[in-house]
Design a protein around this ligand. Structure first.
Ligand SMILES: [Zn+2]
Length: 271
């Protein structure tokens, strides 16, 4: 895995890029408030797949509650891995970097999030916002925050959720856009994992080279060490620059930032 801050930033970058580069479809035509809700969801969802690892920092986000959830996810993931692996797949436990690290899971998370928000906007959106805010805060602050400081994280997530929903009109959030934001965040996580040593079984259960859990990864020279110099000095800052740039374009498309109306932010048309 990449480090928490890189994962969270990659979720935001992916959301900003998709919304900035598709101004003509529904995702590119969100309101400013809807876009911001999506940005929070995507940044948090970029940490979601690692809930399959009970020892991971993100699993301690909400203390014993998320740790218990993490153990359950790990057990399910382990079961699915052992049941569906072929002889060619590595003989590993499969609890971590299993089911939650596949496109199948990203689609599932998209559909479930959309369905939950469609069922009830009044309670579901605040609950989901709180959950993903917590993951995002935990991801960004995983270094200097004591490992068991779940109360602190919970408090910050509650405050952030309150602030977001106080400012965003709850009825404004588009359920499908929220679902897609979560899916986009998950996919950003997979890409971040794929460029580290072990690769990521994104395409399960499609068999590649007789492996259903084929670890998708670029050639070795393009891979980096988690928390290594390449990630800290290059990938992290680059993601941040792209996130800011794409967010400016996307926010301008939503009608916010009128002062940037004439600033050439793009070279491909609407700039
Ligand atoms: Zn991961």
């Amino acid at each position: 895995m990449s480090t928490g801050p890189t994962h969270a930033m990659s979720g935001l970058t992916a959301w900003a890029t998709v919304t900035a580069l598709t101004p003509d479809n529904a995702l590119g035509q969100l309101s400013t408030k809807g876009w911001l809700v999506g940005a929070v969801l995507a940044a948090g969802a970029a940490l979601l797949p690692d809930l399959d690892h009970p020892e991971s920092t993100v699993s301690s986000t909400f203390g014993p509650v998320s740790q218990a959830g993490s153990k359950l996810i790990n057990t399910i993931s382990h079961g699915v891995y052992r049941l569906t692996r072929t002889k060619r797949d590595s003989n590993r436990d499969g609890g971590h970097r299993g089911l939650t690290h596949t496109l199948f899971f990203a689609v599932l998370a998209t559909v479930v999030t959309t369905a939950i928000i469609q069922t009830s906007r009044s309670w579901a959106l605040p609950v989901l916002m709180f959950f993903f805010c917590g993951l995002a805060v935990r991801g960004i602050m995983h270094k200097w925050c004591p490992r068991n400081d779940a109360l602190w994280i919970t408090g910050t997530a509650l405050l952030l959720t309150y602030a977001c929903l106080k400012w965003t009109d709850q009825t404004d959030a588009n359920a499908a856009a929220c679902g897609l934001a979560v899916g986009i965040g998950c996919v950003a996580h997979y890409l971040g994992d794929a460029i580290t040593e072990q690769g990521c079984p994104i395409l399960w259960p499609v068999p590649i080279a007789w492996k259903t859990w084929y670890p998708v990864a670029p050639p070795k020279v393009f891979r980096m060490r988690t928390g290594g110099r390449v990630e800290m000095a290059f990938v992290g800052p680059l993601l941040t620059v792209v996130a800011v740039w794409m967010s400016l374009i996307a926010l301008r498309n939503t009608g916010a930032l009128p002062m940037l109306r004439d600033v050439p932010l793009t070279w491909w048309g609407q700039g």
